[in-house]
Structures are given as C-alpha cells and as structure tokens.
Design a protein around this ligand. Structure first.
Ligand code: 13P
Ligand code: SF4
Length: 302
C-alpha cells in the first residue's frame, strides 16, 4: 500500500533526521515524496548545505558520491544500489592520468556525471547549467579538455566561443534517444510549441532547438510557457505534465528513458531508511581531490 509506505518513510525521516533529495528524472512517486527536487547543480548545493544526519539520494551513484564529498557530516544513502550512469563510466581515472602525462598544460573540465576518481584528476567540475560559465573562466591561452560528455562539451564550447577538445563519452539516452526526423515531425504537428533540449543531446537536436538548458531550466521554462516539446529523459515530461495539466508538454521521444534513474522505488527508499543502506563513501584522498574541482565550480557561481 503506497500510503502506508509513504507514512513510514515520513516517520523514519523525522525519527532519523533524514532528508530526501531527488533528481528531476526520478519516478513521479519519488518526486512527490522528495523534500528537495532539482538538477545536478541544485542537488549538490542542497547536499552541501544540509544539516540532516542522513541524506537519502534518489538519483544515480555519481550524484550520491558528490553529496558525500560535499557533506562529510551526513550519511549519504543511495536506495538503488546499482543505479549508475553509463556516461560516467566512459572515462577512467587512469585514462585521464595518461592524458595529463601527455598534455600537462591542458585544463581538464569535468562534467559532474563522472566518478569521484575522475573528478579528482580534473581541474574544475561543471554541470549542464554552468558549463559555459566554467569554460569562460579559463584563461584564453589555455587548451581545454572536456570530459566525459562530447555533446555538452561541444555545445558549451560553442556558446563560450572556446575551442574545446572533447572526450568521446556520451549519455546513451540523450545521444541515441532522439532523431532529426522526430524534430521535423513534431515541429510540423505542433508549430507553436517551443522545443527545449538538454545539452547532452546530439548536435543535430541541439542545433534545431529553440533553447538548450538543464533539467531545472526546463522546470522553470514550463512555469512561463504553455506549449513545449521536451528533448530529455521522459520522466521530466511526465512530471511537468502532472504539474501543469492545463498545458501542452510533449516529449520529443516517449522512449527516452534512463533505466538507472528508474531503479528507485518507494520500497527501496523505505529500506534505505530502515537499514541505512546503501551507504556511499569516497576514499578520503580521492574525496579531497574531487572536492577541490567541485569547489572551484561552486566558487564561480556563488
Ligand atoms: P541536469 O543536471 O540537467 O539535471 O542533468 C543531469 C543528467 O544526468 C542529465 O542526463
Ligand atoms: Fe546518465 Fe544519461 Fe541517465 Fe543522465 S540520463 S543519469 S547522463 S545515463
């Protein structure tokens, strides 16, 4: 019974001084339950400033790891133990170390969708909502490598007017999930709709969008626009349609689903709180290195 489970989750949160953070792609029942909902940047900021003893992170592993790095006092729990991000695994710390041995003067910008080890080997982190700002902060005479997402790196480089060397990683959901034909067809069917694309999408999609933004940018955009086509993970469109039933909010593809984000359930959130599992920790030396890259990003936006 969802109501009984939700009540128990809420009681345990109170008893244990726990909060629930959820990413915008989480299943709707988790979004509704969460204390705080957001994109990667917002959730990192909230995790860093939280005074709760337990943070239940409804998202994927790199997000929970980031929370654990930024908040060493709280116990960070990931309800779905196997919820990973395939893009984060498209570069290893050893590969990046090897690159740095060969290119010691290049500044490495690392998308937060990466492991703590890779963040520790990078100079500065970024998220989809501040990648352009991060690139603009780098001295113009410096070469830049962007890891691991080629699509975000390419788009942000163009916006910033900077040449950026791209790692060849990508998000399978955004890179393969949308086609130019879908854009053409939906544009024809809904000529008055505004097409919003996440910067993880392939350049064919991003170049044909009306605006490119993070998931929380899309949440904000839905406050002021009535007709939207959304090119990102479908969970966000589901949530926005529920939030604004009077508006026309359509997914560019109903099949763009991140299976890892959907591994969180009410049951595993309850178990996370009951048994304080799965505790996400990062080795202190790696956490210290990753924190430096994250803090450089945080300083830029504060
Ligand atoms: P946002 O930071 O825009 O929410 O993106 C995170 C993500 O994983 C997108 O696939
Ligand atoms: Fe990773 Fe893509 Fe899922 Fe985001 S949508 S968590 S980038 S696999």
């Amino acid at each position: 019974m969802p109501k009984a489970i939700i009540d128990e989750i809420k009681t345990l949160c109170q008893e244990k001084n726990a909060i629930i953070l959820a990413h915008n792609y989480q299943p709707t029942e988790i979004i509704v339950l969460a204390d705080i909902l957001g994109d990667s940047l917002q959730l990192s900021i909230e995790a860093a400033r939280s005074e709760a003893e337990i943070i239940v992170f409804c998202g994927v592993r790199f997000m929970a790891e980031t929370a654990a790095i930024l908040n060493t006092k709280a116990k960070v729990l990931l309800p779905a133990e196997t919820a990973g991000c395939p893009m984060a695994d498209m570069i290893t710390a050893e590969q990046l170390r090897e690159y740095r041995r060969q290119h010691p003067d290049t500044v490495v910008v690392c998308y937060v969708n990466s492991t703590a080890e890779v963040k520790a080997e990078s100079d500065i982190c970024c998220t989809s909502s501040n990648a352009v700002k991060v690139l603009l902060s780098i001295p113009e005479d410096k070469r830049i490598l962007f890891v691991p997402d080629q699509n975000l790196g390419r788009w942000a480089g163009r916006q910033a007017g900077r040449e950026v060397e791209l790692w060849n990683g990508y998000c399978p959901v955004h890179h393969w999930g949308f086609t130019s034909l879908q854009v053409k067809n939906l544009r024809k069917k809904y000529p008055e709709h505004r097409l919003l694309a996440h910067p993880e999408c392939d350049e064919d999609i991003v170049d044909n969008a009306d605006a490119v933004m993070s998931t929380s940018g899309m949440v904000a955009e839905a406050e002021t626009h009535d007709k939207l086509i959304i090119a990102t993970e479908k969970g966000l469109t589901d949530y926005l349609s529920k939030l604004h039933p009077e508006k026309s909010i359509i997914p560019l593809s109903p099949r763009a689903i991140c299976r890892n984000m959907k591994k969180t359930t009410l049951h595993n959130v309850l178990d996370a709180l009951r048994y304080e599992q799965h505790h996400i920790t990062v080795e202190p030396e790696i956490a210290a290195g990753a924190k430096k890259s994250l803090q450089r990003m945080m300083e830029l936006i504060s």
